[in-house]
Design a protein around this ligand. Sequence first.
Ligand code: SF4
Length: 77
Amino acid sequence: MQELRIDMSACVARGLCSEVLAPRLGRDEWGYPWAVDESGRGTTRMPLVAGEERAAREAARLCPVRALLLTRVTPAA
Ligand code: SF4
């Protein structure tokens, strides 16, 4: 499984990623991106579902400060 991680220390809140990955990735009132986890809380880690990898790669490519990282994760047993 792949996951998109947002490095909030690098993000400059331009919002390109949330445009590419809407509605899965939203923005707060300052323009910083956030995903929603299973419990409805905002998170900087977005597990990708089928068909999202291409858009996630495009978002990572477009990010002007390389604050998005696609990484492979192993689901918990
Ligand atoms: S594209 Fe990059 S800099 Fe812009 S909001 Fe997304 S993570 Fe932040």
